[in-house]
Design a protein around this ligand. Structure first.
Ligand code: PBG
Length: 327
């Protein structure tokens, strides 16, 4: 039946009617707040032109304060990134039991045993002097299989420190299976893996790389991260990660990848996390600072769209603000 019998505007006529039929809601507990924790002596970064408070490097006590704020706002989890003072070719700081992430996780779990959950990003790029996510051979190629062992050691070391969940973001083949096997053999059978499955070689990671000091010293990440043109390949990555034992799957970035959030959810049925990345945060901040849009409304619209596409969990630099705007 069409117009005039059908009038779509009937259910939009009042706030009450709109509320009654709203399909998608947002909850603070589905949000994840990123935290950048720098070791004393980590080289500093020049201030950029934009004010990006969520990308500020924190001390361990600063991270505890921010996580406490997140807990008070009902935010579900934090994801911890480390900025080490020293880097080397093998990224040894990543799997050092006294490394910056390990120390931070222990401090967070001790200070805030009731939450938020602590997720760790498992990767080498913040710890390697060349800035790549794996072991680099002469000539610049990345050794996939040699990297797996280092990633697995990193994940176990995070779990030993008390991480509630580990999230490999390197895009090496076979890393989810390697992490699962090593976690299990070390007794961490109940530590879930959130796989950065559909992670694209994106222009939207710039502010993160400044904050984490993890830009590659040569070349780029296109030999391991996905080509933004490839949706079917991204879906295949997600399905392979399910087979290797992933508990949750991630799509990253988020804004230009709603098709994949929907497809990964539909095809796998697993919980899906969307990572609303640093460049997406910077775009909104820049537009709001210029007076071009209302930051609060724009952010809630973006986060709602990610939930509507199928994201169960959303990693966002706006998590604290969003929780405030929702409350
Ligand atoms: C580490 C990692 C990156 C991001 C999350 N984990 C950077 C990269 O792949 O270069 C980016 C997150 C963001 O931009 O907010 N591999």
């Amino acid at each position: 039946m069409a117009y005039p019998n059908t009038r779509m505007r009937r259910l939009r006529a009042s706030a009450g009617l709109r509320g009654l039929v709203r399909e998608t809601g947002l909850r603070a507990e589905q949000l994840v707040l990123p935290l950048f924790v720098a070791e004393a002596g980590a080289p500093s970064v020049p201030e950029g032109p934009l004010e990006l408070p969520a990308l500020t490097r924190l001390s361990i006590s600063g991270a505890i304060e921010r996580a406490r704020e997140a807990a008070e706002m009902g935010i579900g989890a934090v994801i911890v990134f480390g900025v080490p003072a020293q880097k080397d070719a093998e990224g040894t700081g990543a799997y050092d039991d006294e490394g910056i992430v390990q120390l931070t996780v222990r401090a967070l779990k001790q200070a805030l045993p009731g939450g938020p959950l602590v997720i760790t990003d498992v990767c080498l790029c913040e710890y390697t002097d060349h800035g790549h996510c794996g072991v680099v051979h002469e000539g610049g190629s990345i050794d996939n299989d040699a990297t797996l062992e280092l990633l697995a050691r990193t994940a176990v070391s995070h779990a030993r420190a008390g991480a509630d969940m580990v999230a490999p973001s390197d895009m090496m083949d076979g890393r989810v299976g390697a992490l699962r096997a090593e976690l299990d053999s070390e007794g961490f059978t109940d530590t879930p893996i959130l796989a950065y499955s559909a992670k694209f070689a994106s222009a939207f990671y710039g502010p993160f790389r400044d904050a984490a000091g993890s830009a590659p010293a040569f070349g780029d990440r296109r030999s391991y991260q996905l080509d933004p043109a490839n949706g079917a390949q991204a879906l295949r990555e997600a399905v392979l990660d399910v087979g290797e034992g992933a508990d949750m799957l991630m799509v990253k970035p988020a804004l230009a990848y709603g098709d994949l959030i929907a497809a990964v959810k539909r095809e796998t049925g697993l919980p899906v996390a969307a990572y609303n990345v640093s460049g997406e945060y910077a775009m909104v901040r820049a537009a709001a600072a210029a007076g071009a849009l209302d930051e609060g409304k724009a952010v809630l619209e973006i986060l709602t769209s990610l939930a509507r596409a199928g994201a169960d969990t959303i990693i966002t630099y706006h998590a604290l603000d969003a929780a405030r705007w929702l409350a």
